[in-house]
Structure formats: C-alpha cells, structure tokens
Design a protein around this ligand. Sequence first.
Ligand code: ADP
Length: 370
Amino acid sequence: MGEIQLYDLTKEYGNLTAVDSIDITIPEGSYTMILGPSGCGKSTTLRMIAGLETPTMGDVSIDGEIVTDLPPRKRDLSMVFQNLALWDHKTVRENIAFGLKMNDVPKDERTKHVERIAEILQIEDKLDQSPAALSGGQQQRVALGRSLVHEPDVILLDEPLSSLDAKLRIEMRTELARIQQRIGTTFVHVTHNQEDAMSIADEILLLNDGRVQQFGDPIDLFEDPNNEFVADFIGTPSMNLLDATYVDDEVQPHLDTGGFQLAIPEPYHEIYRENIPSPDVHIGMRPNKLRPASNGSAPEMPSFDASVSMVETFGDANWYYLDAGTEEDLIMKTADEDVIKSVSPNDDLTITVSPDAIHVFDPEQGEAYT
Ligand code: ADP
C-alpha cells in the first residue's frame, strides 16, 4: 500500500509553470525524497499529492485510485510540516491523540494507539510532558507521531530537518529512515539538501525549474547523471566540469580540455563516435574517481599530469586541488591512506581516471552523451 502515481502533473501560477509535467511512480513502501534548489517546485508537488493545491493539469493516484479531486482528509495520507505546530499547553499524549479524538475514536483505543506509536518513536517516557520541555529531535518525533497514529499509507514531510543544527539533523534523518523501515509506510520527503537525500533515500526525484531532471536511486544519480544539472547538484564536492573538444582522430581519439588531453581507450571509440555528434562538449569527472597513477595502474587508463596547488583535510578524506592547465583547478577526493601520507602541495602527479567515470555532455542542453 502507498504507491503514488503522478500523471503529467502540472501547476501554473499565472505565467509561471511551477511544476511541469511530472510523470513518475513512487514505489510503495519507499523513502522517496523530492530534491532541488529553492523555488524548483518541490513543495508545490508535495502539496498537490496532499490535496492542498489543485493541479492545473494532470492527475495524482494513490494505490491505483485517482485522488486529484479529493480533499486532503479523503486521501489516505498524513503530512508533517516544517514548523512542527505542536501545542505546548497540551501533553505529548494529547498532541499525538488529537486527530483520533477529533475522529471520535474511543478513549481506550486512543490510549492503545498512542502508546504503540510512542514505543516505535521511543518517547514512551515523555507522554505526560509538554512538547516545550523536549529537545528538537524529540519534538520532531512527536510531530511524526501525530501523523503515524492515523496509520496512513503515505506520510508527506516538508523540510522536516531544516530547523535542526548539523549534528541533530544527521541523527534525525537516520532516525526517520529507521522509523520508515520499521513501519514500511511510503515516506515522501521534501528537501533542498542533497546530502540528506543521498544518505537515506531509496528514490530521489530531482527537480529544477519545475521539471524532472532525474528520478532514481541515489547511486544512479551519482554514477550516471542524466545531465549536467544532476552531475553538478549531486555529490560533495561537485563533479569537475570542463569545456573540451572531442577529437575523433583516426589513430587516437581524445578529449582536449586546452590544459590536458585524455586519450579514449579502444573499447570506447565506437561509443564516442556513435553518441557525440559534434566536437564541442563539456566533460565531467567526479572528484572521488580521480587517483594518482601507481605501478598497478592499467597502462590504457586515461591520464593527465597535474600539480597539487592546495590540500584540504577533513580527517576522513582529503581534497586535492589540481592545476592541470585548465581555467579552474580540478578536485581529487580520496580517503586512501597511502595517498594522504605521500602527496603534498606542489607535488607533480599523473592522475588516472577510468573511462567509465568520464561523462560527456551536450554543451548547449547539458544532456549526457555518454
Ligand atoms: P520549492 O518548494 O522547491 O522551494 P515551490 O514549490 O514553493 O518551490 O515554488 C515553486 C515556484 O512557484 C516558485 O517560483 C514560487 O515562487 C512559485 N509559487 C509557489 N506558490 C505560489 C503561489 N501560491 N502563487 C504564486 N506563485 C507561487
């Protein structure tokens, strides 16, 4: 239960298309994140699923039933808002039970429900306190409890972590993922934070300007971005993106960035010839896919020379800024102890990259060619 289908879902405000023909299926029981920069249409999409906003075109269906014209309370879903909207003059128990009371659920049953939910959320010992006396994370759980108590098929969360500090945010997102796994309800969670989405989502719907950029699991978005927007938005640090020329040389096809050349190994010649229609391209390489050449590096691996202009240390990984003659430095990110011990600023290195990790994009539209 809890599969959501969006059919060409569109919302216009006057001349502005806030959401443009979203056509996806959110799998039942998934933790799906709607991700994208501010103003890209995330909340509007969520609010159309909730029934708080009427689509200009298209439909929403839940478990095969078109619900586009149903009011929110007739949809089997519940929403957790950014400002948790808890009542401090009521106890946690009363906050969680409020909706049940409104629906005339008898007192005994209310108590049973509330205690079961409190157990799932591990706030059994807080039931008789005011939410004001709880930590931010505990308040979050109370807000979630108020939604879970209705046993909806779908829970919608609008930026539920945005008011938390960095440490608590990480704890809470793990907790949300655990709770979702425990109860198996479909969660649809709006965020602008790609790390939150990458860390816990089963599926990410990445939007920009109201349009779907990519919908898939986090690894797909990271490893196989549809376009430059996805490549750039996902990952810390961002993908290295460069202007380049694809030179379809008979002897050695290569990519020329102006600063360095990347030779394309033989097995990839045909793929490049078939997919890249003109010489002007953008290329992208993830910082974690760059590594210094070693004795063990395959000789046919594309490589280039660079000098280390700066190193940033994060404890668990280092970022190396590489001057390879291009306008901006490239970044190499590694947690490899041998590299961390041996590479210093001003070192000259040969950097290798697997041909699978070189992305080539249309420089106009940004679509991925390879
Ligand atoms: P996000 O949640 O990604 O920040 P929203 O869905 O809130 O984006 O908004 C998408 C676009 O629609 C924005 O340009 C926003 O200004 C516009 N918008 C949202 N709600 C309204 C409204 N009620 N009237 C007019 N424009 C709106």
